[in-house]
Write a protein of this length. Structure first.
Length: 375
């Protein structure tokens, strides 16, 4: 399609290369928004490890195997996805673009990939659901101290058509993130990242005065209940009791934790280190993937994120045993640069390159990639 349009002299507005996309975002959007997305924990060593871990695996292409028909679809959490990709939960997307989560969600729906909405959305979940029509959507829970708010979030998500629940376990506290510290986390503190909370009846019930009458008190209440480092595996029973759809634990890096997820009746895990934004000095997420797949991969849905930039990254994650991947930072840059169209561009580039990578290395079925494809 791009080459054909090129015949008329039209070239794409955004680059196909994710590094150039990030550079363009840095140049056009400025240090505040880009610092929020690009920032990671400590000196950035985990984010670098994510890339190094994926780069260590190399694809070994095979020749003369009819690849004229290709199937990107995969079976996951009881549904068939057109492609092994979903948009990762990213909080406060209003920092990148005024249309924020609604634009990203519409892009996902238009491209037929699931959208995972963050608890820390700058748009209430009901509005995001409305923007998506019947597009597949999953809700990401930040599992805070207030049980009533958690229950209310689950009720709202269920009635807004979110089918699966992703529970992020790696963020009971916000990590040491120098770029956010240097900005004093202003976007959050101004309240833009808290629309799901501020519009929530259970959250509002915990306030002495309405949000608009005492914003400082509301923000303080939010900060106090947002994370809960006291949670343990036993607490998962509460979520199992209040959510009847699939539950996926996000942030699993150890095979024993994957086994505990299974024992707790969970349906899947996301092997992820939050894009290197939580524990500095941790292993690259792709290093953890084979061990988790070996532990639970034939019984639980294993998803992967942290470092996915290109189609060959998707290929490697699937060959290592992930059922699907979550795409993070690249779509946030696409959103910042060109709203919904920018996100669609990024999704199409990654999937286009993934399909070509499969075909050129001799594979036709995304659901059947195995480690044999890698060295
Ligand atoms: C995130 N991530 C994240 N995860 C989550 O569960 N809830 C959230 O609200 C957020 N917010 C968020 C904001 C920003 C700016 C980024 C970059 C990431 C983590 C996200 O879902 C995913 O795990 C990472 O983005 C994967 O890393 P890469 O591939 O983007 O580097």
């Amino acid at each position: 399609e791009i080459y054909l349009k090129g015949m008329t002299g039209a070239v794409p507005r955004l680059p196909a290369d994710p590094s150039r996309l990030a550079e363009m975002a840095a140049a056009r959007l400025g240090p505040g928004p880009v610092g929020y997305v690009a920032g990671s924990a400590g000196s950035g060593s985990t984010e670098r490890a994510n890339r190094a871990a994926l780069d260590r695996y190399r694809i070994v292409p095979r020749m003369l195997r009819d690849t004229s028909r290709r199937d990107l679809s995969v079976e996951l959490l009881g549904t068939r996805l057109a492609a092994p990709l979903a948009l990762a939960p990213i909080g406060v997307l209003s920092i990148m673009h005024p249309d924020a989560e609604a634009a990203a969600a519409r892009a996902a729906a238009a491209q037929g990939v699931p959208f995972v909405l963050s608890s820390a959305s700058s748009t209430p979940m009901e509005q995001v659901a409305e923007a998506m029509g019947d597009g597949e959507r999953w809700f990401q829970l930040y599992w805070g101290k207030d049980r009533e708010v958690t229950k209310s979030f689950l009720d709202r998500a269920r009635s807004s058509g979110f089918t699966a629940l992703l529970v992020t376990l790696d963020t009971p506290l916000l990590a040491w993130r120098p770029r956010d510290l240097d900005q004093a986390y202003l976007p959050f503190l101004r309240g833009v990242g808290t629309a799901n909370y501020f519009t929530d009846p259970a959250f509002q019930a915990g306030l002495a005065k309405p949000v608009h009458e005492d914003l400082d008190a509301a923000v303080l209440h939010f900060v106090r209940m947002f994370g809960d480092p006291g949670k343990t595996w036993e607490d998962l029973a509460f979520l199992r009791e209040h959510w009847d759809g699939p539950i996926v634990l996000k942030g699993i890096l150890h095979p024993d934790d994957a086994r505990r997820a299974e024992a707790a009746g969970m349906d899947g895990v996301v092997v992820s280190n939050h894009g290197g934004r939580q524990v500095a000095g941790s292993i690259g997420a792709a290093e953890a993937l084979p061990g988790v797949v070996d532990a639970v991969g034939d019984r639980l849905a294993v998803l992967f994120d942290s470092g996915i930039r290109t189609g060959d990254d998707v290929f490697k994650a699937l060959a290592l045993g992930a059922r699907a991947v979550l795409l993070g930072r690249p779509y946030a840059y696409g959103l910042g640069l060109d709203g919904q169209a920018g996100v669609e561009h990024v999704i199409r580039c990654v999937l286009g390159e993934f399909e070509l990578t499969m075909a050129l290395s001799g594979h036709t079925d995304a659901a059947r990639l195995t480690r044999d494809a890698l060295a």
